[in-house]
Design a protein around this ligand. Structure first.
Ligand code: 5GP
Ligand code: MG
Length: 193
């Protein structure tokens, strides 16, 4: 196979028009991130606040490679409605626990897009007075159309401004179970802007 063909792998998954991050790339990067986080939190106990439902698979893979005393809490924020692929106003479906005071808290989400979800979470968790608060996302979307975002502390992959599914990320509730991350095959759905 030529070098060129190696790079443009057609997706083996019919639901995806193209693959942006393969399962192998995810596995390698998640292992690296787990190591970075284990070093960062060495000697401390960490409380992960996972953002349901998209971060579920990422968190499951990440925490099993973090040899630390670790707790997992969950929040749920709705920033999409049905088939919209641009975020709407972020709202809690499940708010953060109230007893995070004095804890080293790490928010883990699937993707950082406009940054609105993260801003709402940081604000709510800071009110519970954690000892420290950091953020980790698997994907960070390139959004040159937006004014500078605050950013997050730990990022798996920077990706272009495309609506992606797979490895926890959904479209209208579906496709979270795909092992690769890619752009949805538009023949399956008319994706709304
Ligand atoms: P933000 O508030 O940063 O704009 O959006 C973050 C949330 O929107 C993420 O937690 C995720 O649920 C959702 N999101 C943003 N971009 C995408 C995307 O490309 N695909 C999917 N499936 N969800 C996304
Ligand atoms: Mg989300």
């Amino acid at each position: 196979m030529s070098e060129k063909n190696k790079q443009i792998q057609p997706s083996a998954i019919p639901e995806l028009a193209s693959v942006l991050v393969t399962r192998q790339q995810i596995a390698e990067r998640v292992a690296q991130l787990a190591q970075e986080l284990a070093e960062f939190y060495q000697g401390r106990e960490v409380t992960i606040v996972q953002v349901l439902t998209g971060a579920l698979i990422f968190v499951a893979d990440l925490v099993r490679q973090m040899p630390l005393p670790l707790r997992i809490e969950s929040v749920s924020v709705s920033s999409y409605r049905g088939t919209n692929t641009r975020p709407c106003q972020a709202r809690f479906r499940l708010p953060p626990p109230e007893d995070l005071s004095g804890r080293d808290v790490l928010i883990v989400d699937d993707i950082y897009d406009s940054g609105q979800t993260m801003a709402v979470l940081i604000d709510a968790i800071n009110q519970t007075r954690p000892a420290s608060l950091r953020q980790c996302v698997l994907l960070q979307k390139d959004r040159p159309d937006l004014p500078a975002r605050p950013g997050v502390d730990f990022v798996g992959f920077d990706i272009p401004d495309e609506f992606v599914v797979g490895y926890g990320l959904d479209y209208d509730g579906l496709y979270r179970n795909l092992p690769d991350i890619g752009v949805l095959n538009k023949e399956l759905h008319e994706v709304q802007p």
